[in-house]
Design a protein around this ligand. Structure first.
Ligand code: HEM
Length: 540
């Protein structure tokens, strides 16, 4: 029975020892509900790989769950993001939001796809190329310029609506900065990705809907893994984490709280944009591939999706593939988390904040009207480096998961008898699950000396985007990485040019105790964020 699992068969065949034996498989439902769940990788960030002295390790749970392999090596990531590996179906299902009667232990049997197929969920050799081909051209300099302009407009709105002081010495304290950064990044993607600009305090909902898009997305992030994986009866037990409110069944909850307002809203938007396009352009609603090649090359993400749904041929998207949720989700929560943690790190490290401020002032002096524009983005190296360093320390996409399609051999490293790292081959059986632990990767002292230190200067000379491992690598590297960098640098400039950021202390708390509190707890769901981001903004 035990030998049915490919990894255990592998252990039997090759005599491999498990590197680590946790009680529960961190990816299993019991671990998600009762802990540590995905926090496991955060809690073990400085020890898991260091103690093992290897870049590929195996976890064999003692009590519950399946054995898994984990890596903290970018070189291994390059090997497993190619065609010989796939996203496991259950992992893709999370991104598809497929739920029906999930059962214990955790596999979706019959399912309904709420979100539809999309770039994130598709397999490299099944539909991915089409999705990427449709979306990639939308990520161009015109989009990034829009992102910059929209970001500065929104920051201006935020500073006014949230009562940031206008007189020197005035201060405002924010108990959870993440709420503001999440609103910011959501509004940027809505405007630049979907052509739907909102004012900072404008709510997106239709008259018959009792939940806003912000609330729908927040619910989605907080509960997605639990709701997808856990059996329904669990939600009837008096467990705080499983208390989703007075909804009869979890599926009903999704239908009423998330599916209807948000998905329906986007469905309406699709219709609207298709309608607009029909009246604006040549009048035919049958599009060809050449439209995607030429006419709309510079249009936004959403228009390209809508266009692809109208046309025939290999780039056609059917209704099930006209997915917009995932763009919203992938496009805002990650950057929001990194921005909030970046400002926390700058509050902890006043010297680094001064360096960023000086750079902002220096670049500002080169402008003719005292205002930043997208053309200044490339000069703001130190500001961007502070953001990337925060991404390293608290990577919002904290893990990705792959399954081997065949038996294969990976090239990895391990500590040799003289203490230095040496190459070795790792045999991987067909069907093995490999978790890429980005947290473990970013706390590896071989790659990042003094890994727990916030040192933006590590990135000053990074000449290519490839250096930014938080966005993954290989063909499935994050399509939105420049989008995220541009909006974040624009946010940091807009805020830090006029405000100092400081710890928002509890009564009697020291700055050191504040730092410990902030770094102690993360929220690990589909993405990871610091759980506490209390900050004070002081007008310069
Ligand atoms: C700091 C912000 C961000 C981080 C850390 C991040 C990280 C990542 C990572 C690690 C992946 C690879 C996932 C996998 O292979 O399973 C990914 C993929 C993706 N990201 Fe991002 N991302 C960020 C921002 C964005 C933004 C702003 C957008 C959209 C505007 C976006 C859209 C996507 C999409 C659609 C994919 C799937 C790409 C593919 O499979 O071809 N991301 N992201």
């Amino acid at each position: 029975m035990r030998c049915a699992h490919p990894y255990l068969k592998f252990v039997e065949n090759y005599g491999a020892e498990p590197t680590y034996r946790p009680l529960l498989d961190p990816l299993s439902a019991p671990s998600m509900v009762f802990g540590p769940g995905l926090d496991f990788f955060w809690e073990k960030r400085s020890t898991l790989f260091q103690n093992a002295g290897k870049t590929v390790i195996t976890l064999e749970p003692k009590v519950w769950g399946s054995p898994i392999m984990c890596t903290n090596s970018l070189a291994v990531v390059r090997q497993i993001t190619g065609p010989s590996w796939r996203k496991p179906d259950w992992y893709s299902n999370l991104v598809l939001l497929e739920i029906e009667d999930s059962h214990w232990p955790i596999r979706v049997v019959e399912s309904v796809s709420f979100w539809g197929h999309n770039l994130l969920s598709s397999q490299l050799d099944e539909g991915w190329r089409k999705h990427r081909r449709i979306l990639q051209p939308a990520f161009n300099n015109k989009l990034y310029e829009d992102v910059w302009n929209e970001s500065t407009r929104l920051c201006h709105g935020m500073l006014g609506v949230e009562h940031f002081p206008t007189s020197p010495g005035g201060a405002v304290s924010v108990s959870n900065l993440y709420k503001l950064t999440a609103r910011f990044t959501l509004c940027v993607i809505l405007a630049c990705g979907f052509g739907y600009p909102l004012a900072w305090d404008e709510k997106l909902r239709t008259p018959d809907e009792d939940i806003t898009i912000d609330e729908g997305i927040a619910f989605n992030s907080e509960n997605l893994i639990l709701v997808t994986y856990a059996p329904r009866w669990l939600f009837k037990l008096p467990i705080k984490k499983c208390d989703l409110g007075p909804h009869e069944t979890v599926t009903n909850f999704w239908k009423t709280a998330v599916h209807r307002p948000c998905h329906q809203r986007y469905a309406n938007l699709v219709q609207r944009i298709i309608g607009l396009k029909e009246t604006r352009s040549c009048g035919s609603n049958q599009r060809g591939e050449e439209d995607l090649e030429t006419e709309l090359v510079k249009r936004d993400i959403f228009t390209r999706l809508a266009l692809a749904s109208q046309m025939q041929g290999k780039y056609h998207l059917n209704d099930d593939e006209l997915n917009v949720w995932v763009q919203m989700f992938a496009g805002h929560e990650t950057s929001a988390s990194a921005l909030a943690s970046c400002l926390c790190f700058l509050a902890m490290h006043k010297g680094e904040q001064d360096i960023v401020y000086e750079e902002i002032q220096t670049v500002l002096k080169t402008t003719t009207d005292g205002r930043f524009s997208f053309e200044h983005y490339d000069q703001l190296v130190k500001t961007r480096s502070a953001f990337v360093e925060a991404l390293r320390l608290v990577p919002p996409a904290n893990l990705i998961i792959r399954e081997s399609k065949d038996d294969c051999i990976l090239q990895a490293s391990r500590r040799g008898p003289d203490g230095s790292m040496e190459q070795h081959s790792v045999l991987v059986p067909k069907g093995a699950i490999m978790v890429v632990d980005f947290i473990g990767m970013h706390y590896d002292p071989e790659t990042f000396p003094n890994p727990t230190e916030f040192q933006p200067s590590r990135w000053y000379d990074a000449s290519t985007d490839e250096a930014y491992s938080p966005f993954s690598t290989g063909p499935r590297v994050c399509i939105g990485r420049r989008f995220a960098l541009v909006e974040s640098v624009a946010f940091l400039c807009s805020v830090l040019k006029d405000y100092k950021v400081e710890p928002f202390l509890k009564a009697g708390e020291t700055a050191d105790a504040w730092s410990t509190r902030v770094l102690q707890r993360v929220n690990c769901r589909l993405t990871m964020a610091l759980a506490n981001t209390p900050l004070t903004f002081k007008r310069r």
